[in-house]
Design a protein around this ligand. Structure first.
Ligand SMILES: [Zn+2]
Length: 343
């Protein structure tokens, strides 16, 4: 039989998702746990006695590699938000071990993806690692997360609004590299996910079991759409590039005080305004989701400086074509845009 496939590599797949109270987990004794101190406090009654308890120490490849070297066990557990689980993916992959992820908040889509974001030379690079083999979802745990964090992962679905615009513009300009051309069905699916998020933002923001299930489903579908494409252009555009660029203004003391979703939320509003999109509906959605798009640890001057330098930044880091690639953002445009979306 001649198989004439239109995919030239295996399509990444979602982890097996199990719904279960964390307290009902009966973990093995040779588990290596990757977590953060706050997350470990939250899951203190969990039924896993770690053979090794490793706290995540940083977001660089070097810090993750150091943890991978000390890892001794048969199975890795990643417990916490995006960074803890991304690190666990790195450690499990480096040691060829199975991985179980226990997200304590739906703060990013990291517990579903097969790559680890590492910070390097002022930007983010995604290293192919592995998707968790199993993700355990404890709905009560997710619902009891602080309101301001509970639904912040929704920003990684809302980012379709600006990323899709960027990707479409790149297509018009003939700026998409081979393998990243747009297809109409991808646009249609992306738009449906975005629309579903906008329509359910209040329910999701209220943290009801129905709302959190919708958010979980949207994250799964967004990640699977990226798996199908073989890249993340559908949800990662200028709004994420803005986030990577502004991270350098965060000191090590306040980096834990701002969520990825908050910065992405701010990036979405700024970029949507620069793209002349009806950005008000996205701000309304962020408000319903209780995602704080005015993070206090970031000064307005830092936002303005990041915007003005964004076109140089995307060229320097060879990021895909977006509104930031061509639009010359002057000081005046930056100030005006910030005022428009933040005041
Ligand atoms: Zn993101």
């Amino acid at each position: 039989m001649l198989l004439n496939s239109c995919y030239d590599k295996e399509i990444g797949r979602l982890p097996c998702i199990v719904t279960c109270a964390f307290t009902d987990i009966n973990g093995p004794h040779d588990a290596v746990i990757l977590t953060t101190e706050p997350a470990w406090r939250v899951v203190k009654d969990i039924g896993i006695n770690p053979h090794q308890l490793l706290y995540v120490t940083g977001n660089t490849e070097r810090s993750m590699a150091a943890l991978a070297e000390t890892c001794k066990g048969e199975v890795v557990y990643g417990i916490g938000g995006g960074l803890a689980i991304d690190t666990a993916k790195y450690v499990a992959s480096a040691n060829g071990l199975p991985l179980i992820a226990l997200p304590t908040i739906l703060s990013t889509d990291a517990f579903l993806t097969d790559a680890t974001g590492v910070r390097e030379n002022g930007c983010v690079r995604y290293l192919p690692t592995k998707a968790p083999d199993t993700v355990i979802i404890d709905m009560d745990m997710l619902g009891n997360a602080p309101i301001a964090m509970r639904a912040s992962g929704a920003a990684d679905v809302l980012s379709i609004a600006t990323a899709l615009w960027d990707w479409q513009k790149a297509e018009e300009m003939g700026a998409n590299p081979p393998g990243q051309q747009m297809m109409p069905q991808t646009i249609a699916i992306g738009r449906t996910l975005l629309q579903t998020l906008l329509e359910n933002a209040t329910e999701i923001g209220n943290g009801t079991p129905t709302g959190l299930k919708i958010l979980l489903d949207l994250l799964c579908m967004e990640v699977q759409l990226c798996n199908l494409c073989g890249h993340s252009r559908v949800e990662e555009g200028s709004e994420h590039h803005f986030v990577y660029a502004i991270e350098k203004h965060l000191t090590s003391a306040n980096i834990g005080k701002v969520l990825h979703g908050e910065l992405v939320g701010l990036g979405i509003l700024l970029m949507a305004a620069l793209q002349s999109q009806p950005w008000e509906q996205y701000r309304h959605a962020l408000e319903c989701l209780h995602i704080n798009y005015r993070p206090t640890v970031i000064a307005r001057e830092a936002i303005a400086e990041t915007l003005v330098n964004l076109s140089d930044y995307v060229v320097q880091h060879e990021l895909p074509y977006t509104v930031a690639t061509t639009l010359r953002i002057t000081n005046d445009i930056a100030e005006q845009t910030i005022q428009t979306v933040m005041d």
